[in-house]
Ligand binder design. Structure first.
Ligand code: UT7
Length: 377
């Protein structure tokens, strides 16, 4: 058999391998690309002034030490409602029908219930009648893990359209009498549509890590299978998030810096080829330290922690949604996260062509504001 050069257009997607006289057909490289984004934050705002009237702190301390000015609080809603809001926002802004979606992956640390899966409710609310849905908990790295899972499902060739949503109602596990944690967290959700592409755009290689020795440093001790809910667990406030803040802080800076360097190397990219960094929004000082370690200027680093605080699984997709208008086709993004577990990781992606926008008015709700009155204690 005559073998033509592999680099001709005709044979571009054939791997010609003379191993034992076999010619192996290689399918085109299939990748996953983000083609639509959506976000949702509740209208109620908890600002630093209100917190400073509840626990021993000051507005200045919170802003200086964390970068946070305010966070959104979901009143009378669950995580499924937040996720539904983000998907509704996505669907109302881009030309895509709910029936086209084949799978929904929800990253959350605050499911509506321990059982049934929150993703089931979201599929129902969003009319995803042809999709199966499941929850996963990777804490603050949950969305990144879910993105990798969704991308891998698409790269397998078995799925074409997947929604990955990160949603958390952190206010449901925050003790508003604990100044170590109540200053940090907020509620919100962000969603992306992942689709198949054979272009150069889309998700590149990721590096994801876990280290269970960090479990006790950032944990909700009770309410799970190890320490089910009891009178004692309630009396001792074991259903609230506990954190060794300064230890987690140092771990986060070291882990996000090193995994980001590693993922750049594995994708054959230099730091100066990165157009935008999307870091997990836990503390502005962590974000600044990581960008300094990577030698990437602050002007390339996307930040919205001042407005939303740490929304756990939602920080990355909320940032993608918030700043989508700034990303241009072909630009390189670096995403990096760190959270409970410990869980951390990084990925790179080349921003692609977004789906056509619907002409109707955006349902973006981020600018709607209703300041909460101090009644949290
Ligand atoms: O998303 C998951 C990953 N989470 C994170 O990455 C969060 C990481 N941690 C942090 O963001 C920070 O550690 C905190 C914001 C939680 C705390 O900031 P810090 O600069 O690490 O403070 P610290 O715990 O080292 O405490 C420094 C001082 C202490 O006082 P003394 O001992 O120096 O007198 C604390 O008692 O600040 C005091 N302090 C506060 N003062 C006013 C701690 N929290 C507060 C507060 N208001 N809310």
């Amino acid at each position: 058999m005559k073998i033509e050069p592999a680099n001709t257009a005709k044979n571009a997607n054939f791997l010609l391998c003379k191993n034992k006289n076999k010619i192996t057909k290689k399918t085109k490289t299939m990748k996953a690309v983000i083609t639509a984004v959506g976000g949702f934050v509740p209208t109620s705002i908890l600002n630093n002034k209100t917190i400073s009237e509840t626990v021993e702190t000051t507005e200045e301390w919170i802003e200086k030490r964390t970068g946070i000015k305010e966070r959104r609080i979901a009143v009378g809603k669950g995580t499924s409602d937040l996720a539904f809001g983000a998907i509704e926002n996505l669907m109302s802004n881009y030309e895509v029908e709910p029936s086209e979606i084949e799978a929904l992956i929800l990253a959350t640390a605050t499911p509506d219930h321990i059982l049934a899966p929150t993703a089931s409710k979201i599929c129902e609310l969003s009319g995803l009648t042809n999709a199966f849905g499941f929850d996963m908990n990777g804490a603050c790295s949950g969305f990144l893990y879910a993105l990798e899972m969704g991308a891998t499902m698409i790269e397998s060739g078995r799925y074409k359209k997947i929604i990955v949503v990160g949603a958390d109602k952190m206010s449901s596990i925050v003790d508003y009498e604990d100044r170590n944690t109540c200053i940090l967290f907020g509620d919100g959700a962000g969603a992306v549509l992942l689709e198949r592409t054979e272009t150069e755009y889309g998700l590149m290689k990721s590096i994801l890590r876990t280290d269970g020795s960090g479990t006790a440093s950032l944990v909700v001790p009770a309410g799970g299978s190890k320490f089910p809910a009891s009178m004692q667990s309630i009396v001792h406030k074991k259903h609230f998030i506990k954190q060794d803040g300064s230890f987690v802080f140092k771990k986060a800076v070291a882990a996000m810096s090193s995994v980001s360097r590693d993922v750049l190397i594995s994708n054959d990219l230099d730091a100066d080829e990165i157009d935008w960094v999307i870091p997990h929004q836990a503390n502005l000082r962590i974000i600044n330290a990581v960008s300094e370690n990577l030698n990437i200027g602050n002007e390339k680093v996307k930040v919205n922690i001042d407005r939303y605080g740490n929304t756990t699984s939602a920080t990355i997709p909320l940032c993608l949604w918030d700043y989508a208008a700034d990303f241009e086709e072909g630009q390189n993004l670096l995403i990096t996260t760190f959270g409970a577990g410990f869980s951390w990781g990084a990925t790179c992606l080349k921003w692609g062509v977004m789906r056509e926008r619907k002409s109707q008015k955006s349902t973006k709700t981020a600018n709607k504001r209703k300041v909460l009155v101090p009644q949290l204690s």
